[in-house]
Design a protein around this ligand. Sequence first.
Ligand code: FE2
Ligand code: FE2
Length: 181
Amino acid sequence: MIVKVNTAYVVDNLIKDHDVILGSLKVLYRVINSDNPDARDLELLIQFFDSFIDKCHHAKEEYILFPTLNLRLFPFEGSPVYVMVTEHGIARYLIRMSEELLRMWVDNKDEGARQALIDHLRLLADHLTQHIKKENDVLFPGSLALDTLDSSRTVEDIERETNHEEWITKINELRKKYRVE
Ligand SMILES: [Fe+2]
Ligand SMILES: [Fe+2]
């Protein structure tokens, strides 16, 4: 069933996610810039990127916010939403690539994979940073032209399915460990 969802509420929720994600990227930069990156912390960060960013945050954008923008503000082709979902696809690929490289490094003791993993995680972090900036500065303020969105899902539905709160706790623990403000 399609229900009406308040746009300002959704945008506020997504901006709070962006703060959590930017915090996790600060941790990631600390880990990959260290002389001896901790494989278990990298594994936890990659799981967070898959669960919190791809399956939760990008799903909330793609199910709840973007469809109404396409139907009521601008057609899909060449639109800002087209750019955003293309970038979600790039992020998803870099996360999967990182999962594979982590396994090559940790399970197969492939030291070449370690450097490739760090390089791909740096690409992912830079990519997500510029993606979030575009949403915060352009797409989200523009979307407030609509008071409500039509969606079959709520923010709470998707957060429940993807353990949203547990992931915030885990990232906060990592932030403490790496002294990220
Ligand atoms: Fe996005
Ligand atoms: Fe976002």
